[in-house]
Design a protein around this ligand. Structure first.
Ligand code: ISE
Length: 335
């Protein structure tokens, strides 16, 4: 039969993943829908064939028809769900961030290493985006020589209520942290954050945009503009600068239009449209690997390393100075 998945959390991403498992990805079905809002879980489960609604993640994971877990609840709820799934040795796809701080990410890492085998794929979906994949192949091929710098821009139209300055690092820049580690195959060794005078469109006390700088173990420098209330759309760009060439992704994935004396393309309203293919490929890959008894893709180590860098980034936001990243040795299981 197909893989019975419990989807935990039915917010923007969770609801999108339910649709994806139900309509897009073969080989899986939604067996359980979990949300602290029971009515919301009921409403979504009611529209699917053979799905049961729960408010308690543990109860869903205990159900006989649940073979695997997709965690899409808010970051602070991830640790409990991950530990429960690892306790039951269930395969997991966990949305980023793995957890919102390094101590809790380490507890998850320890639980998986105690188990003795990988069970969790972390939802760094940019690794499944066609443009990022091409950039990665290009850099790996080595034609440009060593990569010296990455220039990244990460812009959101606007933030939902309650979006904090720390979330600019933990929820948004965490993608560039993983992309940097993955593209360069290096660790991030230091973070600096500079803040221009905030945009007048920034809500409340949010200092938006910010300029984040990484230094890496191989001597590269990476700059990230994070601008989460830019107002005009969702835009993620990355330009790699090598010794013998540069490559840029993120600009043109839709139509190019000529009209009324202008030339130009479209900008997606949010990440669900911009990275739709990446999410599809990611979830398809997870389902296929899981059905073959494999665990692939970004690991708990990647999630933990990102959490350690995030913590340094959040300190750099308030310190206003360069903060070094202290990463322990990578456990054998993740080499
Ligand atoms: C969100 O959680 C994401 O993952 C998006 O990719 C990112 O652009 C956004 O800033 C986050 O809030």
């Amino acid at each position: 039969g197909t893989l019975g998945v419990a989807v935990i959390g039915t917010g923007r991403m969770g609801a999108d993943h339910v649709r994806r498992l139900d309509e897009v990805v073969g080989g899986a079905h939604v067996a359980a829908v979990v949300d602290i809002d029971g009515d919301r879980a009921e409403a979504i489960a009611g529209r699917l064939d053979g799905a049961t609604a729960y408010t308690d993640p543990a109860a869903a994971m205990a159900a006989a028809d649940v073979d695997a877990v997709l965690i899409a609840s808010p970051g602070p709820a991830h640790e409990a769900a991950l530990l429960e799934a690892l306790d039951r040795d269930l395969p997991v796809l966990c949305e980023k961030p793995l957890t919102p701080d390094a101590a809790s990410a380490l507890r998850v890492l320890e639980a998986e290493t105690r188990l003795g085998h990988r069970r969790v794929q972390v939802g760094f979906m940019r690794r499944y985006d066609a443009e990022y994949m091409r950039l990665k192949s290009l850099l790996d091929a080595g034609d440009f020589g060593r990569t010296l710098m990455l220039h990244c821009r990460h812009r959101n139209t606007s933030t939902p209520p309650g979006f904090t300055e720390q979330m600019m690092i933990n929820d948004s820049v965490v993608h560039e942290i993983d992309a940097t580690r993955w593209l360069l195959d290096q660790e991030i060794t230091a973070v600096t954050v500079l803040k221009p005078t905030p945009s007048s469109a920034a809500p409340g006390a949010l200092s938006d945009p910010q300029f984040v700088l990484f230094e890496t173990s191989g001597g590269a420098v990476v700059d990230v503009e994070i601008f989460v209330n830019c107002g005009f759309g969702y835009q993620v760009r990355c330009e790699a600068v090598g010794e013998r060439g540069t490559a840029l992704i993120g600009d043109a994935h839709g139509l190019t239009v000529n009209a009324a004396g202008r030339w130009g393309g479209e900008i997606a309203p949010d990440f669900r449209q911009r990275f739709e293919d990446a999410y599809d490929r990611e979830v398809r890959h997870w389902v296929d690997a899981t059905r073959r008894g494999l665990v692939e893709g970004p690991s708990v180590w990647d999630g933990y390393a990102a959490a350690v860098v995030c913590e340094a980034g959040v300190r750099a936001q308030t310190a206003g100075t360069r903060v070094a990243v202290e990463l322990p040795e990578r456990p054998v299981m993740y080499r």
